[in-house]
Ligand binder design. Sequence first.
Ligand code: AHG
Ligand code: MN
Ligand code: MN
Length: 359
Amino acid sequence: MDRPLGITVSRHIMDLQRMHPEATGDLSGLLSELIVAAKTISAEVNMAGLADVLGMSGKTNIQGEEVQKLDEFANNTIKRRMARCGYICVMTSEEEEGIIPVTDGYEGKYTLAFDPLDGSSNIDVNVNIGTIFSIHRRKSDHGKPPMGRRSTDVAEGWEPAQGKPGSEEDLLQAGRDQVAAGYIIYGSSTMLVFTTGEGVYGFTLDPSVGEFFLSHPEIKIPERSKYFSVNEGNYCYWDENMRRYIDHLKQNDKESGRPYSSRYIGSLVADFHRNLITGGIFLYPKDNKSPDKPTGKLRLLYEAAPLAFIVEQAGGRAITGDGREIMDIEPDQLHQRVPLIIGSRYDLDEAEAFLACRK
Ligand code: AHG
Ligand code: MN
Ligand code: MN
């Protein structure tokens, strides 16, 4: 969709809605509420050094990780706003063990999975952090809409169970069925990048007017690049094929553009965003470092799947490395972890060949 630079995200969302005459406006409303939460978090992040939100909250979350004060602030900001927006029937957050129910007549037809603050270990050292979100239509009581129906239209014979609380089952849906996904990155500027299945668009916040303006229309990830992002501190824990692939990227072979440059910040959103713009491959493979995380560290519902939706819409790919596309995985638990290899298509295909021992 041809978009003039500088339009507001609100105008973009309304234009997307106009492309679907049967749209009810609920998805537009949901995104608009999420954007208000993002602006609130952005203001707090930018004041982090001053507003006593640095450091630990003294609590531990479901992941067994110490909760930073800003994690808690971001989680509460999104949870409170979205529970009363009227477009969501149930939510899940990285910071909460169980589902976050929506009640009191606010139950809507969508679900929301979110990582309120990704890259928390970087908060106190002023490195880019972010928020990641994933939106599905609820499926309870009325079956799932036919595959591939991502617009806001309601598929024949599928009526949302409006007004009824959602369930965990509503949240456990494959990435392929996402209606929208995106992230906000709090860095040198605050950017919102999202897709509703019709391309990827990036908006930059002008804090002086409190508005997101289109700065990156129709983002496409370069087919190939010379950057790889991985925590090589885990090298000794990887399987043989993963080590062979990373060794391959580091060999001196000018003809094939190697060695690649290594870029790794330790904030998934920041590492992913850089690769989305410049091209590259990000890997958080499974490793035998932590027996409690045999399938990798990153979570499917609110980290891997939303970024997989974005990267596929931008022409890239996202796989697990053991033969599965991230978008096809049917989740069976809220905080399920998956290996994540994501980025430029050429590099993904090459990595897959190494990991399948075809190279
Ligand atoms: P979160 O802060 O939401 O828990 O996510 C942290 C994740 C992700 O942002 C990043 O890619 C990864 O942890 C870094 O892990 P390592 O420090 O093990 O490399
Ligand atoms: Mn995270
Ligand atoms: Mn997080």
